[in-house]
Write a protein that binds this ligand. Structure first.
Ligand SMILES: O=C(O)CCC(=O)C(=O)O
Ligand SMILES: [Fe+2]
Length: 308
């Protein structure tokens, strides 16, 4: 690496550190995911959501012990103060593009073990959403070293903790909510994400995502062309003993048209313990969290969101 590369990397790590400590949300441009991969995943998700409800419910997430499959409107509730989330989604985790009986990466998944479930009769769906998944995981693998540098850790600190791509992806559909809206039934209620960070594609020109700032005001996080939103989740808050901020957010679609989004939640491998990084613990800042494995932690949070 040339000196100027090293300087710009250090400057980037500083900018990331600042965003992670103060805001917990950032935008990534030049992310490398081809436009076609995004548009194919979006088109596939529209094909899936337009199926008759009984067909989608054949793969109801409530039948799945590892939270894979379809979540119907109001079947999840991310804010315990609320009644239910006004979105439907399809949720899946790592698998190879090529269909295989045995996937090495899934061998140690513990609490989160289990295969994906795919809808029948949606041509190309698996390939299209899985292509986006792989591209987003590749991007996530480039972001982990930046977060490590932002924490003044060796660049490859997370490499041996992220070998198995413990990432969950959701394709989401938010029907419009117009007129008077019950605040307890919105697109997705106020919550923090569970993993280290989320890479979020949101539909262009549709404002729905909002972030809670330190003054407890909701700030719009609009889609910016050519970018993805990256926000920190609770695994990073645990790794960093709350030095990195897992920021509360929600989404409400008041635009009058349907909205689609695609979050990918990237955590450390399910068998890895969420232990605070030593430099984030001191006598002034004692360890705040009980140490659990990433898999147990994600499972516990999914149970709370889906109520099973
Ligand atoms: O759809 C969005 O913009 C946000 C989705 C989200 O926050 C989530 O699925 O955790
Ligand atoms: Fe979220």
């Amino acid at each position: 690496m040339s000196n100027s590369d090293a300087t710009s990397k250090a400057a980037l790590a500083d900018a990331v550190r600042d965003a992670c400590i103060n805001v917990g949300f950032l935008y990534v441009k030049n992310h490398g995911i081809p436009e076609e991969v995004i548009s194919n995943a979006l088109a596939a998700s529209k094909r899936f959501f337009s199926l008759p409800e009984p067909q989608k419910l054949e793969i109801d997430i409530r039948k799945s012990s590892n939270f894979k499959g379809y979540n119907a409107l109001l079947s999840s509730n991310n804010d315990p103060e609320n009644v239910g989330d006004m979105h439907e989604g399809f949720e899946f985790g790592w698998e190879e593009m090529e269909v295989k009986g045995h996937d090495e990466k899934r061998a140690n998944d513990g609490a989160m073990a289990g295969a994906n479930v795919w809808p029948r009769d949606v041509p190309g769906f698996r390939e299209d959403v899985l292509s986006y998944y792989h591209a987003a995981v590749d991007l996530g693998k480039k972001l982990f070293p930046l977060f490590a540098l932002a924490l003044n850790l060796p660049e490859h600190f997370f490499s041996d903790k992220t070998k198995n791509s413990a990432a969950i992806m959701r394709v989401l559909h938010y029907p419009p909510q117009t007129g008077s809206v019950d605040d307890r039934v919105i697109g997705i209620g106020a919550h923090t994400d569970f993993e280290c960070f989320t890479i979020l594609w949101q539909e262009p020109e549709i404002q729905a995502l909002q972030v809670l700032n330190t003054q407890k005001q909701w700030i719009d996080a609009p889609p910016i062309p050519g970018t993805l939103v990256v926000n920190l989740g609770d695994q990073f808050a645990r790794w960093t003993n709350d030095v990195f901020k897992s920021t509360v957010h929600r989404a409400i679609n008041r635009t009058g048209v349907r909205r689609y989004s695609i979050p990918l939640f990237f955590g450390t491998d399910y068998d890895v313990k969420l232990e605070p990084i030593p430099s984030c613990v001191s006598s002034d800042r004692p360890a705040k969290y009980e140490v659990v494995t990433a898999g147990d932690y994600v499972q516990q949070r999914l149970k709370a969101a889906y109520g099973h």
